[in-house]
Write a protein of this length. Structure first.
Ligand SMILES: [Zn+2]
Length: 119
């Protein structure tokens, strides 16, 4: 969470940007910080559409259950961790992302599957 002086600068900057635009939205999200949630409300922590309650396990295909969701909106984000190099066919995030984790209930599998989207 930004300190008060930084928060004030961010609010002034956001107030000069077009309402609803991506730059303003990113600043306002940063003021709120990263969010983590569990349960049905956490399925709405998304930069795009809601996350599903279950997804097929990437290993065995059984229905995996939602565990938690993390929605970025802080001063640091995954986009800064690695380079996004389209020409070498390497994808990496270019904006805030949201990650929803699901665990396979099969005791012989217990694989975690992740769905994601970004701002
Ligand atoms: Zn599985």
């Amino acid at each position: 969470m930004p300190d008060q002086a930084r928060r004030s600068r961010m609010i002034r900057k956001a107030s000069r940007l077009p309402p609803g635009g991506p730059a303003r939205r990113k600043i306002l999200a940063a003021l709120k910080g990263n969010q983590i949630g569990y349960g049905p409300e956490a399925l709405k922590l998304s930069w795009q559409g809601d996350f599903p309650e279950t997804v097929p396990c990437v290993k065995c295909g059984k229905d995996s259950r939602h565990v938690l969701t993390v929605m970025e909106g802080g001063e640091e984000d995954a986009a800064d961790l690695h380079h996004n190099d389209w020409k070498d066919g390497e994808f990496w995030f270019h904006d805030y992302a949201a990650f929803s984790l699901y665990m396979c209930p099969d005791i012989d599998c217990t694989t975690v599957t992740t769905k994601w989207n970004q701002g």
